[in-house]
Ligand binder design. Structure first.
Ligand code: ZN
Length: 113
């Protein structure tokens, strides 16, 4: 999957709060292996939620960060239609995010082209 935006890590207060360490993850559907998006993960730990402002590709999902959370629908696999995550506001930081269902996606560390 090609990134349409900048290929550098986003650096902001959220990244700093997580130790300033980031990597890109290729997130794919656990059920059918379709690649769903590229995500910048900040800091260590499990991927339990995906902040909308950390989605790097594709453009159709990147644009979600500009919408109010009420306009963001569930994250559905475009291939097998399985619901992977639910849009919500992460209360601690008031950041729009997708809360992933347990075991819904596979992750692997990737490099951007
Ligand atoms: Zn799928």
């Amino acid at each position: 999957m090609q990134s349409t935006s900048k290929t550098k890590f986003k650096k902001d207060k959220y990244r700093q709060a997580r130790g300033g360490y980031s990597r890109f993850l290729e997130v794919s559907c656990h059920h059918c292996d379709k690649v769903i998006l590229i995500y910048q993960k900040d800091g260590p730990g499990e991927l339990k939620r995906m902040y909308l402002d950390r989605i790097i590709a594709p453009e159709s999902l990147v644009t979600l960060q500009t919408l109010p959370i009420s306009k963001v629908s569930e994250l559905v696999c475009p291939k097998c239609k399985y619901i992977l995550a639910i849009a919500y506001v992460y209360p601690k930081e008031k950041r729009n995010a997708f809360r992933l269902f347990v075991g819904a996606v596979n992750k692997k560390v990737t490099k951007l082209k």
